[in-house]
Write a protein that binds this ligand. Sequence first.
Ligand code: HAM
Length: 420
Amino acid sequence: MSTFKAPKGTYDLIPPQSATYLAVREAISAPLKNSGYGYIETPGFENVELFARGVGESTDIVTKEMYAFETKGGDQLALRPEGTASVLRAALEANLHKAGNLPVKLWYSGSYYRYERPQKGRYRHFSQVGAEAIGTEDPALDAELIILADQAYRALGLRNFRILLNSLGDKECRPVYRAALQDFLRGLELDEDTRRRVDINPLRVLDDKRETVQKQLDGAPKLRDYLCEACKAYHEQVRELLTAAGVAFEDDEKLVRGLDYYTRTTFEFVHDGLGSQSAVGGGGRYDGLSEMIGGPALPSVGWALGVDRTVLALEAEGIALDIPAATAVYAVPLGEEARRVLFGVVTELRRSGVATDFAYGGKGLKNAMKSANRSGARLALVAGERDLAEGVVQLKDLESGEQTAVALGAVAEEIRRTLG
Ligand code: HAM
């Protein structure tokens, strides 16, 4: 062991489990690639103001959880706590919205950083795969994204997840609701921190998990009763499209989300086997974000699914993904001459696309065969001096144990034939 450990709240992805993470990323991105989303990658850090303005000055993410720092050159930067603000910034910077093809549909996959109190499912470094559809107001786009996330989770075999759906209203109706809610909340017995939250972000109080707060919230004004006609009609269409697609959801008026940029449609995917960190993914519409970061009006919608929590959800459901063994053929040379010859065969096999590994370091037969078995390979290729003198190598089927001598010149072909 080294004297160093992974920093608190982080962990390393190590084979063979790391293959599951790659497969999850692949499974989440596959339906996006198939639906017109192009890949985007942005820097791991941005100007801190982008997140302060975008995610919201009053959110926990910005006030407590951001890894913000000043560079030697005096720039104020932050490790990205989420992807939406960065992706929108990049799209605006590249003028993608001016190319005459709205919505701009983008997907991404990467690491995000939040200085949170670590616990199972909540880390300081975590991975998301996300999607953003920028520049179009159309309920079918909101529905598309929810349907694609549902499709990704189902393709992974997950069943015990639920989709919570809400509408947060728009810039017309939400301020009216906000004021009514503030009036109500100011009449309650709340601690100082919560009273401050009532002033800056009253909707978040509805999300307070404490019993002392929750029991006072009966009778709070409901956003549903304040939605304007346009928001109601929009939300109804999203609901109808989901229903028509056979995607089940639950209306959840308490769903407010932890980022300030949302308008209208908001949703969360929760998994019932994960305890308190049950949100495996979330997203919604953010029609005002572009203007908040200095861009034109670009109504947009998106989501991000957490890779770490999706892997935990698979574990909770006892799902083992069908991940093909990384190695198909394992070559075992016995002696110097065999080493040279088999290394050539290995190189040829690899060039023709056969996943092949080699017993390095002059291992003895017993040790090398153990490595061959551990690698998950279907075939072992073994050769010693006597084999080479006869112009053959031994091809051993590691499942059946059957071994055949194959002419050296024909072995690559024979292997490709056996593996199909
Ligand atoms: P979010 O709900 O903050 O949304 O994060 C999305 C997902 O990332 C969560 O559901 C969870 O699975 C995962 N996640 C978040 N924080 C952690 C953590 N500390 N440890 C492990 N996993 C975590 C967003 O980030 C928005 N940008 C989503 C979005 C995209 N909205 C519109 N477009």
